[in-house]
Design a protein around this ligand. Structure first.
Ligand code: SF4
Length: 702
C-alpha cells in the first residue's frame, strides 16, 4: 500500500472523522483529514492529527500467550473454546461472559454478539459503551421506541440556539465544536448555552454558562418543561400531561433556581431563549449519561423537545453525542446485554433466531458491565473474554474488577497491547489487529456508517477480532454459521438482519446494503442510515443516503407500537451516594483534550503527552483553603472505594464542593492516579450506566 492514500476513519471519539492515510517508501505514515467525509470535511483535532505518531509497534502484543508463555494460535484458541465449552457444560451458558468495546468494528461486534446470544445462549455480552452512553440508549427507547439519534451534525450549524449539557465539546468532540464555532462566527445571533458544573474550555465560548449543581439536570429541564407549559405550549403526545404535572412539582422559578444552584436571572434567560427559539439543538454527553439518574436526565431533555415539536426538523433536535468511534455500531448489532441485535429487544428473540437459524437464543437481558464484574467476583461467572478494553482501569471501583479477574477460573483477553492492567490478569492473551491494520465499518454519533480500512500489514501473528471469534465459534462446534471469509461477508449478514421481518416498524434498516458486492463494500462511501433502495444506489453509481436521511422522525412516525413519541414523567433525585462529613466533596471524572481512554495509544505521541503531562485534581480555591491543598503540590483524594494521588490545580473553574480528575492515567503511566479505583459503582437502575460524575470524596495534602 506504499504511496497510496487510504481513506479510513479516526479510531478515537464518536465524531467519526474521515482520515486520509498514506505510507511512503520508508514506511513513514502521514495522516490528514479526509475532505470528502461529510462528518468532518477535512478537519481533524489534535488527536486525529497525531495519529501517525501512534502506529508504532512498541509494547505491541504480537503472539498468543497461554498461562504466561508464548503459545501458537491453535493451542490458544483450543484453550479458549475448550475452557468456555467445559464451563457451559457444567454450569450453563450464563456462567460465561464477553466484555467488549466501542473500539471494536461493527463486524467484530456482530460476530461476538451472535456467538454469545445465538449459539452459547446467554445475553452476558456487554460493552464499555455501557460506561458512556447507555443512559441515552434507554432514554431514546422510552421516548421513541428505538435507540435512534434523531439529528445530525449539520443541525448544530443550522440551529439558532445550541444547548450543550454535560458536554465539554471543545475537548471531547473537537471537530463538532470546530464546526459549531465556524457556523457562529459569521452569525453572532447564533446562541450557545453551556450547562456544566465546571467552567470548561467549551463554557468559555458560551453566551451563557449555567454551572448547575452536580446531578441537578432533571430539576433544570423539568423547570424548563414547566416554564414552556406555562407559556401555553401543549402537546397531544402520550405522557405529555403527566410529564408537565411532574415538572410543575418543581415549583416556581425561584425554587428551580435554588434546586439547580444557579442565578435566577441566568435561569430565566435560558428558559426565555429556549422558548423563543424554534431552531434549537440540545447536545448531551457523559455529564448527563454517567449518573444514577442518567436515563431520567435524558428523558427530561427529550421531553422539552417533544413538547415544543423541535425534533425531525433542520436545526431542531435532542442530540446524544457518543464517546467512542463505534459506540453506535455496537448498539446496532446488539453489543449491549440489554438488546438482542439490530435494535431488537428480547421480545423479538424468535425473529433473530429464525434469521440466524441458531440452536438457541438468549431470551432475557444479560448482566450489564458493573453487575457482570460483580458476578465474576461472586463466582457466578467463571469465564470472561475481554476484547479491546481495559476494565481494571476504566470501570468504577476498578480494584474490584482486578480482584474479580484474579478469582475468575478463565480470563481471556484480546488486545493490541502486551501490557495493560487488564492484560496482566489474563490466562489467555490473543493478539488483535489495531487501527490501521484492520478493516470494517464504524457508525458515528450522527448515524454515519464509515469504513475503517487497513493500510499497514498485520504485525507478528495479530488477527482481526472477527477472525479470532469465528475460530473459537468453529472450535465450539458452530463452524458452518461462522464461516466468514471477509468483513464484507459479516456486514452483508448484519445488513440483512436489520431488514429481516422488519415491516417498516424499526428505523434501523440497512437492507439496501445486504447485497453489496465485495468491491462496493471496499469503496463504500460514508453513508447515513436510513438508506435508499439498492436500485437507487446503484443507479446513482454510489451509495447515497435517502434524501431525507439527515434526520429521523420528519414524518412524526415513531417506532413505538402506537407510532408516536412519548414524553416520560421524571422527578429529580440526587446522586446515589451523597457527600457526608467525612467525604464532603463530590469527585467528578472525565477526559482531557489530548488523551484517550487508558492512554495506550495517545501516550505514544510526544506532542499529545505534552498538552497535560501528568494527572491532576482540580479544586475550588475555598475548598483548597479548607483542606490545606496547595496549587501545584500533590494531593490525595480518598473515597469509600479507593484512593488516588495527583497534582492539585486550584482554580475557580471548579464549582465549590466538587473535584475533577481525569480518567486516563493508570499503572503504566502514573499508578497512583488510576481514578477508576476511587469511583463509586452506583449505576442508573434503568440503563446500568455508572455514576462517574459524583463520588463522595475527601482530599488532603500528600
Ligand atoms: Fe478523531 Fe474525534 Fe478528533 Fe475527529 S474529533 S479527529 S474523530 S478524536
Amino acid at each position: 500500500m506504499t504511496g497510496q492514500t487510504t481513506r479510513t476513519t479516526c479510531p478515537y471519539c464518536g465524531v467519526g472523522c474521515g482520515v486520509a492515510a498514506s505510507v511512503d517508501d520508508a514506511g513513514t505514515v502521514a495522516v490528514t483529514g479526509d475532505e470528502g467525509h461529510p462528518s468532518n470535511r477535512g478537519r481533524l483535532c489534535s488527536k486525529g492529527t497525531a495519529l501517525a505518531d501512534t502506529v508504532g509497534l512498541a509494547d505491541r502484543l504480537l503472539h498468543p500467550r497461554v498461562d504466561g508463555h508464548r503459545a501458537d494460535w491453535n493451542s490458544a484458541l483450543d484453550r479458549v473454546a475448550g475452557g468456555f465449552a467445559e464451563i457451559i457444560a457444567e454450569h450453563g451458558p450464563d456462567a460465561v461472559a464477553f466484555y467488549v468495546s466501542g473500539q471494536l468494528l461493527t463486524e467484530d461486534y456482530y460476530v461476538a454478539n451472535k456467538l454469545m446470544k445465538g449459539y452459547i445462549g446467554s445475553a452476558n455480552i456487554d460493552t464499555n459503551s455501557r460506561l458512556c452512553m447507555s443512559s441515552a440508549v434507554a432514554g431514546h427507547k422510552r421516548a421513541f421506541g428505538e435507540d435512534a439519534v434523531p439529528g445530525c451534525y449539520d443541525d448544530l450549524e443550522i440551529a439558532d440556539l445550541v444547548v450543550l449539557v454535560g458536554s465539554n465539546l471543545a475537548w471531547c468532540h473537537p471537530v463538532v465544536y470546530q464546526r459549531l464555532m465556524a457556523a457562529r462566527e459569521p452569525d453572532p445571533k447564533k446562541t450557545l448555552v453551556v450547562i456544566d458544573p465546571r467552567r470548561t474550555a467549551t463554557a468559555d465560548s458560551a453566551d451563557l454558562h449555567l454551572p448547575i449543581a452536580p446531578g441537578s439536570d432533571v430539576a433544570l429541564f423539568n423547570g424548563l418543561l414547566a416554564y414552556l407549559a406555562g407559556q401555553g405550549i401543549t402537546s397531544e403526545l402520550p405522557g405529555a400531561d403527566a410529564a408537565i404535572e411532574a415538572a410543575q412539582r418543581m415549583g416556581d422559578a425561584a425554587s428551580v433556581a435554588q434546586a439547580v444552584g444557579v442565578d435566577i436571572d441566568d435561569l430565566a434567560k435560558f428558559f426565555t431563549w429556549f422558548a423563543a427559539t424554534e431552531r434549537a439543538v440540545t447536545v448531551f454527553s457523559q455529564g448527563v449519561n454517567q449518573s444514577s439518574a442518567g436515563t431520567d436526565k435524558v428523558n427530561a431533555i427529550i421531553n422539552c423537545h417533544l413538547l415544543t415539536d423541535r425534533i425531525g426538523k433542520p436545526g431542531a433536535c435532542p442530540f446524544s453525542i457518543t464517546g467512542q468511534p463505534n459506540a453506535m455500531g455496537g448498539r446496532e448489532v446488539g453489543g449491549l446485554a440489554s438488546t438482542l441485535a439490530a435494535h431488537m429487544g428480547f421480545d423479538r428473540a424468535d425473529t433473530v433466531q429464525r434469521f440466524w437459524g441458531s440452536p438457541t437464543i438468549a431470551r432475557k437481558p444479560g448482566l450489564k458491565a458493573v453487575e457482570l464484574f460483580e458476578a465474576i467476583e461472586a463466582g457466578r461467572i467463571k469465564a470472561i473474554w475481554i476484547m479491546a478494553t481495559n476494565p481494571v482501569v476504566s470501570l468504577p471501583d476498578a480494584d474490584r474488577a482486578r480482584r474479580a479477574l484474579a478469582a475468575c477460573p478463565l480470563v481471556v483477553v484480546s488486545d493490541v497491547m502486551r501490557h495493560t492492567d487488564t492484560v496482566d490478569c489474563a490466562d489467555v492473551l490473543l493478539p488483535a489487529a489495531a487501527w490501521a491494520e484492520k478493516s470494517g465499518t464504524v457508525t458515528n454519533s450522527e448515524r454515519m456508517i464509515s469504513r475503517q480500512r487497513a493500510f499497514l500489514p498485520l504485525p507478528g501473528e495479530a488477527r482481526a477480532d472477527w477472525r479470532i471469534i469465528s475460530e473459537v465459534a468453529r472450535r465450539m462446534g458452530f463452524g458452518d454459521d461462522f464461516a466468514y471469509e471477509s468483513a464484507a461477508d459479516i456486514f452483508r449478514e448484519h445488513a440483512a438482519l436489520t431488514a429481516f421481518e422488519n415491516n417498516g416498524e424499526r428505523v434501523l434498516d440497512l437492507g439496501a446494503l445486504a447485497s453489496i458486492t465485495d468491491a462496493e463494500y471496499e469503496t463504500l462511501s460514508p453513508i447515513r442510515w436510513p438508506l435508499s433502495s439498492p436500485e437507487a444506489m446503484r443507479a446513482a453509481g454510489a451509495m447515497p443516503a435517502r434524501a431525507d436521511a439527515d434526520r429521523l422522525f420528519t414524518d412524526d412516525a415513531y417506532p413505538h407500537a402506537d407510532g408516536r413519541a412519548h414524553l416520560v414523567p421524571v422527578a429529580p433525585r440526587g446522586p446515589a451516594n451523597r457527600p457526608s462529613t467525612s467525604r464532603p466533596l463530590a469527585l467528578n471524572t472525565g477526559r482531557v483534550r489530548d488523551h484517550w481512554h487508558t492512554m495506550t495509544r495517545t501516550a505514544k505521541s510526544e506532542r499529545l503527552a505534552a498538552h497535560i503531562a501528568e494527572p491532576f485534581v482540580e479544586i475550588h480555591p475555598e475548598d483548597a483553603q479548607t483542606h490545606a491543598i496547595v496549587d501545584g503540590r500533590l494531593a490525595t483524594v480518598t473515597t469509600d472505594w479507593g484512593q488516588v494521588t495527583m497534582r492539585a490545580v486550584v482554580t475557580d473553574r471548579q464549582r465549590q464542593g466538587s473535584l475533577f480528575a481525569p480518567i486516563h492515567w493508570n499503572r503504566q503511566f502514573a499508578s497512583a492516579a488510576r481514578v477508576g479505583a476511587a469511583a463509586n459503582p452506583a449505576v442508573c437502575p434503568i440503563a446500568g450506566e455508572p455514576e462517574f460524575k459524583h463520588t463522595p470524596a475527601s482530599i488532603a495534602p500528600y
